[in-house]
Design a protein around this ligand. Structure first.
Ligand code: GAP
Length: 435
């Protein structure tokens, strides 16, 4: 089993992910994405966004605000139900989620002697105040999911984009949960990003839509290059179902610490829209022209965690190639933060100038870097470790015949090709696979 520490260390060393506020000693469970991490995350989100809005004529995008009317969280049930059972150790004061402990645990798993308190419900929403007066009338919440911003805009989006059922709304954005036990690097944090799509359907067509989205989401992870045998569906049993769900599946991934949830696919029925209709007093029914029927649509939700997917991508890509004494990040080429590294063999005789011309041309479309320090072997190893799928070497033959060597990261295979064919060569690997 892969050691998480190896991923954490590579992320720090190579500029993927740093502990947040590091010079002040860090802040528990908060992380910052460095240059390569920010680029990988940007491409991941772009792939998701294109796979939703560009691929589907009936899915529209949205970017709603993080702060929303507090009544929204009453209507959604989050104020009443969005809590975890918290227990404390009376001796060492460690805190645990009771539902994550072995049933019947009475003694603290941390200090092994302290008695645990009775469980009490702890609401996970972060509270703050709107405006300068800090009183109960001004309490506002940081959203714990992006979904509610979609529900309260469903009619706006439907009308302005002239959509009819079935149609979807996609949104990427930050969510906040005051988790009792964050951990496992970026797997469970208190601030994270979600990629959520809510698909509105006529009641009765929900089961079919759920099956279809389950399959489509599994295929999406396959396109991301995630190993198929490390993914599985987990169906929620009655006790696990969230307060809004009729049926729910998790897409799970086998992380270095075991099988855990990557994405939730939920049949939320008409629960949310009905509640918003009740709490806002606005009519949220859909009018079906063909049948002259009025009804509240059902919602199928696909809810992915961006940071969790980042961890999944990094863990899945990490490979120690002992035979070749190298560590490789086998990232899908289209999401690699550096897609092409251009390496002039020497820093003289016009080779850097040729590299510069190729770089300027390729960077119109792709993420390209010039790497000209150290031996070629060392440069290849460096690029392998950050996941660069292609390295292009410019040597003295390039000056004579306008050809370069292109080396592929995983196979280490090298080919000689004309500079004029470079773009066409890399294009099929580097475009987003949204067809
Ligand atoms: N709108 C439905 C919803 O939020 P969820 O199962 O609570 O459902 C969806 O969350 C996804 O958000 C999870 O599958 C996970 O990828 C991500 N997520 C949830 N809590 C998280 C946390 N504390 N840290 C990182 N990602 C989290």
């Amino acid at each position: 089993m892969l050691d998480m520490e190896k991923i954490v260390s590579l992320c720090k060393r190579r500029g993927y992910i740093y502990p947040s506020s590091e010079i002040y000693g860090g802040l528990n469970s908060c992380y910052d994405y460095g240059p390569l991490g920010a680029e990988l995350k940007r491409k991941l989100k772009e792939f998701w966004w294109k796979s939703m809005t560009q691929k589907h004529d009936n899915i529209e995008g949205l970017d709603s605000s993080i702060l929303m009317h507090p009544r929204i969280w009453e209507a959604s049930g989050h104020i009443q139900n969005f809590s975890d059972p918290l227990v404390d150790c009376k001796s060492c004061k460690a805190r645990f989620r009771e539902d994550k402990l072995e049933p019947g645990t009475k003694v603290c798993p941390n200090c092994k002697k302290g008695e645990l308190t009775e469980a009490r419900q702890f609401n996970l929403m972060f509270k703050t105040f709107m405006g300068p007066v800090e009183d109960t009338a001004n309490v506002i919440y940081l959203r714990p999911e992006t979904a509610q911003g979609i529900y309260v805009n469903y009619q706006n989006v439907m009308t302005t984009s002239r959509q009819k059922l079935p149609f979807g709304i996609a949104q990427i954005g930050k969510a906040f949960r005051n988790e009792i036990t964050p951990g496992n690097f970026i797997f469970r944090t208190r601030e994270f990003e979600q990629m959520e799509m809510q698909y509105f359907v006529k009641p009765g067509q929900d089961d079919e839509a759920m099956i279809s989205w389950k399959e489509e989401r599994r295929e999406w992870y396959k396109k991301l290059g995630i190993t198929e045998s490390k993914m599985r569906f987990h169906e929620h049993k009655d006790k696990e179902l969230a307060h809004y769900a009729k049926k729910a599946y998790d897409i799970e991934y086998e992380f270095p610490f075991g099988w855990s949830e990557l994405e939730g696919i939920h049949n939320r029925t008409d629960f949310d829209l009905k509640r918003h209709q009740e709490f806002s007093g606005k009519n949220l029914q859909y009018f079906e022209e063909a049948t002259k029927e009025k009804f509240i649509p059902y919602i199928i939700e696909t809810s992915a965690g961006c940071d969790r997917t980042m961890l999944c991508i990094l863990a899945d890509a990490y490979f120690e190639d002992t035979a070749n004494e190298r560590t490789v990040l086998k990232l899908a080429p289209f999401i690699a933060p550096i897609q092409v590294a251009i390496m002039p063999l020497t820093k003289k005789d016009g080779l850097p100038e040729i590299a510069e011309t190729i770089l300027k041309d390729l960077r119109q479309q792709y993420s390209v870097t010039q790497d000209d320090s150290g031996s070629i072997g060392k440069r290849y190893r460096r690029q392998d470790e950050v996941g660069t799928p292609f390295c292009i070497t410019i040597d003295y033959d390039t000056k004579a015949d306008n050809t370069v060597t292109i080396r592929e990261r995983d196979s280490m295979e090298q080919k000689r090709i004309p500079i004029s064919e470079l773009k066409a060569y890399v294009e099929p690997y580097l475009r987003y696979p949204i067809d």
